[in-house]
Ligand binder design. Structure first.
Ligand SMILES: Nc1ncnc2c1ncn2[C@@H]1O[C@H](COP(=O)(O)OP(=O)(O)OP(=O)(O)O)[C@@H](O)[C@H]1O
Ligand SMILES: [Mg+2]
Length: 279
């Protein structure tokens, strides 16, 4: 369980003063829950994830994971970024097995575990390839396998599919849901893609910006696996789009002045078969 208790984070600004990136965020994420965060660019999504990962520390408030205060990164929380960060000089198998070196397992055990995770992300045939020989989607699968092989309690995913085309993204999304249904890891997933968030999550948090805070949350009570044709999924996508459009409008007004406005639903009028309902 992740408990975020009135967390604030400020960054000093070059011109002097400070910028409040997060303002009194409180959030509880249950063991085994899949939670997504959406919000305008700059609202502090990555900052929050970095605090949970232990890469940064909060100025006020505290974060606890399974009752223990987060003070540094730990093997119970693994981060998957948009940039897959694979070692280019290692094969898929070696990349996935790499993190297990410090675990005290024998080489045979390490490679057996790595193979198991590579199979789980459907890359069995590509184990001996190097990263440059893989597509973007495959690289991201390797990154997921490399995180899963460490058997963390929590996966922290910061826009992991953002650089992928829509079809690849959709396939990976379904694979991630399948992996989650099997492993029931706690997953915190950041995305700009509302459909992705609703399709994957038990709960979607919408953040507001300047300062970053929790605006609203939506519980996705649809049957698993989630299907995009489910009217509840569609309904929630529209609700979240409305909440986000309001928020975006505020940002745009701030930047461009009052004469500029965004038409409600203008962004969600993409073709029905598109998975790119994102902002
Ligand atoms: N190290 C830093 N120093 C100063 N300001 C920072 C630092 N890191 C983040 N910020 C500021 O804090 C705010 C939140 O940044 P953050 O990267 O968390 O946003 P985000 O919601 O992840 O945005 P995006 O959707 O574009 O990834 C931004 O205004 C950013 O400029
Ligand atoms: Mg970010």
């Amino acid at each position: 369980m992740i408990t975020i208790n009135k967390v604030s984070k400020v960054f000093p600004q070059r011109k002097g003063g400070v910028y409040t990136a997060l303002d009194q965020i409180s959030l509880t994420i249950q063991q085994g829950e899949f939670v997504s965060i959406v919000g305008p660019s700059g609202c502090g999504k990555s900052t929050l994830l970095n605090l949970i990962a232990g890469f940064e520390s909060s100025d006020i408030g505290s974060i606890e994971v399974n009752g223990e205060k987060v003070t540094a990164p730990g093997p119970d929380r693994i981060v998957v970024f948009q940039e897959h960060g694979l070692f280019p000089w290692l094969t898929v198998l070696d990349n996935v097995a790499f993190g297990l070196k410090q675990t005290g397992l024998s080489k045979k055990e390490r490679y057996l575990l790595a193979e198991e995770q590579i199979k789980a992300v459907h890359l069995r045939k590509f184990m001996d390839r190097y990263p440059h020989e893989l597509s973007g989607g495959m690289k991201q699968r390797v990154a997921i396998a490399r995180a899963l092989v460490m058997d963390p309690d929590i996966l922290l995913m910061d826009e992991p599919f953002a650089a992928l085309d829509e079809q690849t993204r959709f396939i990976l999304l379904k694979d991630l849901e399948e992996i989650w249904l099997k492993t029931r890891k706690t997953i915190l997933f950041i995305t700009h893609n509302i459909r992705e968030a609703v399709m994957l999550s038990d709960r979607v948090i919408v953040m507001a910006t300047q300062p970053g805070r929790v605006k609203k949350e939506y519980i996705v009570q649809a049957a698993r696996p989630h299907v995009s044709s489910d009217p509840l999924i569609h309904f929630l996508e529209n609700k979240i789009m409305d909440a986000l459009t309001d928020e975006l409008e505020k940002v745009v007004r701030e930047e461009l002045g009052n004469e500029y406005s965004i038409k409600k639903n203008a962004i969600s009028n993409s073709p029905a078969d598109s998975v790119g309902v994102g902002i």
